[in-house]
Design a protein. Structure first.
Length: 356
């Protein structure tokens, strides 16, 4: 395949981890006979410095014309005092909106070699943790009507939680399709005992599920889900939920994996174009020191190959190489433990490439 990828390295450790990701993708291209062509564009703080805005039109145009978009991280202390609409992070919401990305996929996988880094008791994770949180990304109260008004109790503020049938249908389908390629189990998380929007959500999930008789479906209220994730993490496969619940639960699930430097993510829309990015930010405290963990970014590359391009074997080659490096005892500072070999960002990238 010949594929065009828009690269958005961004700020802080972004360019460092992106460089390793590109080297890994090139190795995959060489081994499996694909050509990846890259166009690098600015977003975030670097775009503010160079173009006076966090998300220049040229960046949007290049991303829209690409087969897929890869973003490392944006933001940093330098731009912290700018007003909201000029903050580097605006570029993230802007790109997701422009590209019509409504499904956020966040896997939380506990690598065998990192079991000691998991904060849960060993007996709770002895059967492994491999959870995919599928979060609705463009609806719910983050995007609903918001405002302030006077009430009997003084000034009040509101953010409306609203979901349409179509919005729930498309995210539910995404979750079921993903579950079909995994352990065929979807857990729907809502709060239908209290929220009208959740009652609609649940009814649509049940309707969509009829098209997937091969996938097991169960339901949890969000408060119970947050407990069950801690008590029996191994029993989850795919979790589908709305924007705010998914925001919280995906962070909770991610903590079982040891470090934010290990967490990839994908944002998908209705076509094959997606945006892939590590969950972490620009980590300005460690930028430029060659100590950042590039694994979250490299695993996001594997997700891109799998979900945008249908290259499952190529994705597995990356995931297996990462697992081998960890089994061989190599660690960046954030996942370091006694008796392991500490390496920097570039060295970690090279070790992974050597094992592909
Ligand atoms: P952060 O994720 O950048 O850093 C949190 C902590 O984790 C820091 O101690 C950092 O050194 C460490 N860390 C993060 N990634 C790491 C990696 N790959 N390897 C090793 N250690 C790593 O979060 P923050 O400090 O809250 O935010 C810093 C900046 O990033 C802010 O401007 C914030 O708005 C922005 N941010 C951007 C994104 C994004 O681009 N998607 C996401 C979150 C935060």
């Amino acid at each position: 395949m010949k594929l065009n990828i828009a690269l958005v390295p961004g700020d802080g450790i972004g360019p460092e981890v992106m460089a390793q990701n590109v080297l890994v993708l090139n190795k995959i291209g060489e081994k499996f006979g694909h050509t990846f062509e890259y166009k690098e564009v600015d977003a975030g703080g670097i775009a503010i410095d160079k173009h006076g805005e966090p998300l220049p039109q040229n960046t949007i145009d290049v991303c829209k014309a690409s087969d897929s978009v890869f973003l490392a991280a944006v933001g940093g202390w330098k731009w912290d005092t700018l007003p909201g609409n000029m903050r580097p992070e605006r570029a993230l919401l802007g790109l997701r909106g422009e590209l019509g990305l409504y499904a956020n996929l966040r896997p939380a996988t506990l690598h065998e070699a990192l079991k000691d880094a998991c904060p849960l008791k060993p007996e709770l994770v002895k059967d492994g943790v491999d959870i995919m949180v599928v979060r609705e990304l463009t609806g719910g109260m983050y995007f609903g009507e918001k405002g302030r008004k006077q009430t009997d109790m003084g000034e009040a503020a509101y953010d409306v939680e609203q979901y349409s049938v179509e919005e729930v249908k498309r995210i539910t389908k995404t979750a079921f399709e993903i579950a079909r390629k995994r352990k065929k189990h979807v857990t729907n998380v809502d709060k239908q005992n209290v929220l009208e929007s959740s009652r609609l959500w649940r009814s649509v999930v049940l309707e969509v599920a009829k098209d997937y008789p091969d996938v097991e479906l169960d339901h949890l209220y969000v408060d119970n889900a947050s407990m069950q994730l801690i008590m029996r993490p191994s029993t989850f496969d795919v979790i589908v939920t709305g924007n705010i619940f998914g925001d919280i639960l995906s962070d909770e699930a991610s903590q079982m994996t040891g470090s934010i430097g290990m967490l990839p993510s994908a944002s998908l829309g209705s076509g094959s174009l997606g945006m892939y990015e590590p969950v972490h930010g620009s980590a300005p405290d460690i930028a430029g020191k060659d100590i950042a963990n590039p694994i979250a970014t490299i695993l996001s590359g594997a997700m891109m190959l799998k979900y945008s391009f249908g290259l499952a074997d190529e994705a597995k080659a990356i995931e297996d190489a990462v697992a081998k490096v960890l089994n061989d005892g190599y660690r960046t500072g954030d996942i370091m433990s006694e008796g392991m070999k500490k390496v920097g960002c570039k060295e970690m990238g090279k070790l992974i490439i050597d094992r592909i």
